[in-house]
Design a protein around this ligand. Structure first.
Ligand SMILES: NC(=O)c1ccc[n+]([C@@H]2O[C@H](COP(=O)([O-])OP(=O)(O)OC[C@H]3O[C@@H](n4cnc5c(N)ncnc54)[C@H](O)[C@@H]3O)[C@@H](O)[C@H]2O)c1
Length: 314
């Protein structure tokens, strides 16, 4: 029997990091949770509070605080740092300079500390920071991923599920590209048990599906939440927990996450949201879809926006 404790380190325990810790605890995804934050009082407070909550959970969880560089034994390091909240009207790309500087300070110290697990990046702009972590770490690309468009994909499935009255898990639809304004739903591959989504929609509603309205609704959803409560946290915490679970179980499930491409989709040297098969060693393969011509153009536009921002990295 494999009795090795599953260890997750969360770096940055603000809204997202603390919620991710609670989701991992509630879903019994790890045996050990290590919290890291610049704010030592608050991170210690989170650790003590979570330890209280752990008493009500089905499994045992050891919760501690450490420096990020003390990470040689960590399986998954989740990056949820931020340099401060967005101002009204700003996009995720506006976080680049502040978050990239923080990441530049953290990752080399972790590698010097012997990290050889999987980096999971939620910090925005997610794809650009994922690429930055991959470059700074020198790890194989299979070990560096970002939450990418998996949360957006979940939002798309939920939007479809509500209208179709079919459980979201039975809907095969997903978002590709940047976790940002250039993301897009892959309608050419969207179906319910092989039945094209447009047909299922027509049968259910008697109307044609409004592709653009749905894509826009998903794209803006994060900001709908942000404008109301000043952050988003529980949804992305669920995304982080689900990705960690699929890694630990070696599920071989394909999730639309941010991966570094090396020739897939005709693209190199960029991290972007694509369906990727997850195992205990990280990304085992990237699924290459036969995209329609308009989808290829959207994907390439997304790549060019991410690459232009990679070029702005400090
Ligand atoms: N990928 C997604 O879908 C998604 C969704 C929501 C938020 N986010 C992103 O997640 C990030 C975090 O958001 P948040 O609302 O939790 O921010 P937050 O400001 O509440 O938390 C950030 C935390 O990082 C800590 N921190 C900063 N520098 C650090 C360092 N050098 N070492 C350790 N900790 C450090 C801060 O002290 C703070 O506690 C942001 O970039 C945000 O845009 C991504």
């Amino acid at each position: 029997m494999n009795t090795k404790a599953r260890k997750v380190m969360i770096i940055g325990t603000g809204n997202v990091g603390a919620s991710a810790a609670y989701a991992l605890l509630n879903q019994n995804i790890a045996e050990e949770l290590i919290l890291v934050d610049l704010n030592r009082e608050r991170v210690e407070g989170h650790a003590q509070d979570l330890a209280d909550a752990a008493a009500y959970m089905p499994g045992m969880m050891n919760i501690s605080t450490r420096e990020a560089s003390d990470c040689a034994d960590v399986d998954i390091a989740v990056i949820t740092v931020s340099g401060g909240a967005l101002k009204p009207g700003q996009t995720r790309l506006d976080e680049l300079q502040s978050t990239a500087k923080i990441v530049k300070n953290i990752v080399p110290g972790m590698m010097a500390g012997g990290f050889n697990g999987i980096f999971l990046v939620a910090t925005n702009p997610c794809d650009i920071i994922t690429w930055q972590v991959w470059k700074l770490s020198g790890l194989p690309r299979s070990q560096v991923i970002g939450t990418g468009v998996w949360l957006d994909t979940t939002r798309l499935r939920r939007a479809l599920a509500q209208t179709l009255d079919i459980g979201a898990q039975s809907i095969d639809a997903f978002i590709l590209g940047e976790h940002g304004d250039t993301q897009f739903p892959v309608w050419s591959h969207s179906s319910v048990y092989g039945s094209p989504i447009a047909d299922v929609w027509r049968r259910r509603t008697g109307q044609e599906i409004d592709y653009d309205a749905l894509a826009e609704r998903v794209r803006k959803h994060g900001f709908e939440i942000y404008n109301r409560k000043g952050c988003t946290e529980y949804g992305i915490a669920g995304t982080i927990a689900e990705i960690c679970r699929n890694i630990f179980t070696g599920s071989h499930r394909a999730l639309a996450i941010s991966c570094v491409l090396d020739g897939e989709y005709g693209v190199n040297d960029v991290a972007i949201g694509v369906p990727a098969v997850l195992t205990q060693s990280g990304v085992q393969q990237i699924i290459e879809l036969q995209l329609r011509e308009d989808e290829v153009a959207k994907f390439n536009h997304s790549v060019s926006v991410i690459k232009a921002n990679i070029a702005r990295l400090p």
